[in-house]
Design a protein around this ligand. Structure first.
Ligand code: AHG
Ligand code: MN
Ligand code: MN
Ligand code: MN
Length: 335
């Protein structure tokens, strides 16, 4: 068969954001566009460092720990600093929350009308093994930049105006939603541009994959374990496949594309689970819902949870609608 010649009409991320900006009614300001452009540059720079890490002495620990008591890797700190610098300089952001910084960062004198919450590098345990890692971000509107404060980010995920992640894997993919569906882009390294490769991602309504750290089963509560039993020993004789990378970005990326369920439950050891609301659970739940899936704590829509502090955690189950609804039934029946 004749092969088609390459496209002459590339949709770059910048072009896509500009077209969305009109639809968002952002008129002349273009602030969200500028902010997203700043974020895409950080992703390219982090991608480049992740790719070279072993060659440029970027593996291993940084020597400090973050507010959650995790030992920071060199790449956690570098990625954080890249993002803090770029977002501060963008002039569009007056509040930042990062996994790696104890307190919310207020950008002094900024007229930026947005707040950005981020996990600069997700997948610590995989960083030095060359396994997929990523960056997760969420964007809130700030009502009055002259009074920007932590209150601007202690808001439920349903208030996000945009969210996304970049996955540093066999290819570098940026997945974004500004509330009008989800689109995926692949970094063309020759061009240095993210190109639209996955327009309007929709999660299949049912999948065949489950993604949990089942090593924690001993501590899981009954509904989680009973649900897992139901998909491993189903009456139709067709059990689900297990896939767990241990990088939320990679596990959620696969779930968006292939369907199935990703879970990080609360359990007898971790009262609220592990994943952080602002920069892990909310952005990923926003993307999941925008792709037609469901994201729940087991008993509540994740995007309706109101965070009490910036590093607060919540249980996460997200993915294909039918799969997550099945899981919810086990929680509803629990006494
Ligand atoms: P981070 O590397 O940003 O601290 O996040 C790690 C998170 C997340 O990526 C992943 O889903 C989860 O930790 C894996 O946890 P376990 O190792 O407990 O399975
Ligand atoms: Mn993370
Ligand atoms: Mn991280
Ligand atoms: Mn961490």
């Amino acid at each position: 068969a004749d092969l088609e010649p390459p496209t002459t009409d590339l949709i770059t991320l910048t072009r896509h954001i500009l077209s969305r900006q009109r639809a968002l009614g952002e008129e002349a300001s273009g602030d969200l566009t500028m902010l997203l452009i700043a974020i895409q540059v950080t992703s390219k720079y982090i991608a480049s460092n992740v790719r070279k890490a072993r060659l440029i002495n970027l593996v291993g620990l940084a020597g400090a720990s973050n507010v959650q008591g995790e030992d920071q890797k060199k790449l956690d700190v570098l990625s954080n600093d890249i993002m803090v610098n770029a977002l501060s300089a963008s002039g569009k952001c007056s509040v930042m929350v990062s996994e790696e910084v104890d307190e919310a960062i207020i950008v002094g004198g900024s007229k930026g009308t947005y707040a950005v919450v981020f996990d600069p590098l997700d997948g610590s345990s995989n960083i030095d093994a060359g396994v997929n890692v990523g960056t997760i971000f969420g964007i809130y509107k700030v009502s009055d930049p002259s009074k920007a404060s932590v209150a601007d980010v202690l808001k439920p995920g349903r208030d996000l105006v945009a969210a996304g992640y970049t996955m540093y894997g066999s290819s570098c993919n940026l997945v974004l939603s500004t509330g009008q569906g989800v689109d995926g882009f692949t970094l063309d390294e020759a061009l240095g541009e993210f190109i639209l490769t996955h327009p309007d991602i929709k999660i299949p309504s049912r999948g065949k994959i489950y993604s949990f750290n089942e090593g924690n089963s001993l501590h899981f509560y009954e509904p989680t374990n009973k649900y897992l039993e139901s998909i491993k020993y189903p009456s139709n004789g067709k059990p689900y496949s297990a896939r767990y990378i241990g990088s939320m970005v990679a596990d959620v990326h696969r779930t968006l594309l292939y369907g199935g369920i990703f879970g990080y439950p609360d359990d007898k050891k971790s009262k609220d689970g592990k994943l952080r609301m602002l920069y892990e659970a909310f952005p990923m739940s926003f993307l999941t819902e925008q792709a037609g899936g469901v994201a729940t704590t087991g008993t509540q829509r994740i995007l309706d949870v109101v965070p009490k502090n910036i590093h607060g955690r919540c249980p996460v189950f997200l993915g294909s609608k039918d799969d997550v609804e099945d899981l919810k039934k086990f929680y509803a029946a629990w006494d």
